[in-house]
Design a protein around this ligand. Structure first.
Ligand code: SAM
Length: 210
């Protein structure tokens, strides 16, 4: 993971899309705790977070499926997976996440939503409707604060002007996503004010029992 982190930072201008090492450590902690046997990731980038899931599930030998759309990032993550010989448990599905999701069956113990922010609501709704989340699994959604823009466009005066319009639009989409989470009676949701905002979602016990 450390090598991929360094390589990504040196090679990609938008390396800030990658999870931070501290967040990677958190993901590993949670995956080990969960004893995850199947992990789904929406948004692969250079494969850093997929490696976190891989390293954390050494004992359970989890199957990890990661979805990526951008040909440049598909090439980068394939390089990562080949270089570190992790193709035994990691499968990269190429293409738009919504179409890739439709190809999946069974359930996942951890689902990491970390792709296009306007897609979060559709992804999570689909995952819940199709019951792709295992009864005791959780969904982890990244960048819920959208650099502060979800809260207010005044929330982050130091956000560079070059990326401000992008994050402003993300903030609007994530505000809608937060409302969706709050109103969906099937789930319990907690928004943790860590990193760029992380939402955890699980089934409500009553939903699971029905
Ligand atoms: N999970 C990665 C990590 O922590 O290192 C970072 C993922 S980055 C924030 C988001 C990725 O999602 C980008 O590589 C982007 O190309 C991809 N993406 C964006 N829209 C997508 C879509 N509709 N379907 C699949 N992947 C998408």
């Amino acid at each position: 993971m450390n090598e991929v982190w360094e390589w990504t930072c040196g090679k990609f201008e938008d390396a800030d899309k990658m999870s931070s090492p501290l967040q990677g450590a958190t993901m590993k902690f949670l995956a080990e705790w969960q004893q995850a046997k199947r992990v789904l990731e929406i948004g692969c980038f250079t494969g850093y977070s997929a490696l976190a899931w891989y390293e954390a599930t050494e004992s359970t030998k989890a199957e990890i499926i990661t979805l990526e759309l951008d040909p440049k990032m598909i090439a980068a993550s394939r390089r990562t997976f080949d270089k570190y010989k992790v193709n035994d448990r990691i499968t990269l599905i190429e293409g738009p996440a919504q179409a890739s999701l439709a190809k999946l069956s069974g359930t996942f113990d951890i689902i990491f939503v970390d792709a296009n922010k306007e897609g979060y609501e559709g992804y999570v709704k689909y995952i819940l409707d199709k019951q792709l989340l295992s009864p005791h699994g959780f969904i982890m959604c990244d960048n819920i604060f959208a650099r502060g823009m979800t809260i207010s466009t005044d929330a982050n005066p130091t956000l560079p002007e070059k990326v401000r319009p992008y994050w402003t639009e993300c903030g609007k989409a994530l505000k809608r996503f937060n409302t969706f989470c709050k109103n969906d009676t099937r789930i319990d949701t907690i928004l943790l004010p860590v990193y760029d905002g992380v939402t955890l979602i699980k089934w409500k016990p009553s939903t699971f029992l029905e």
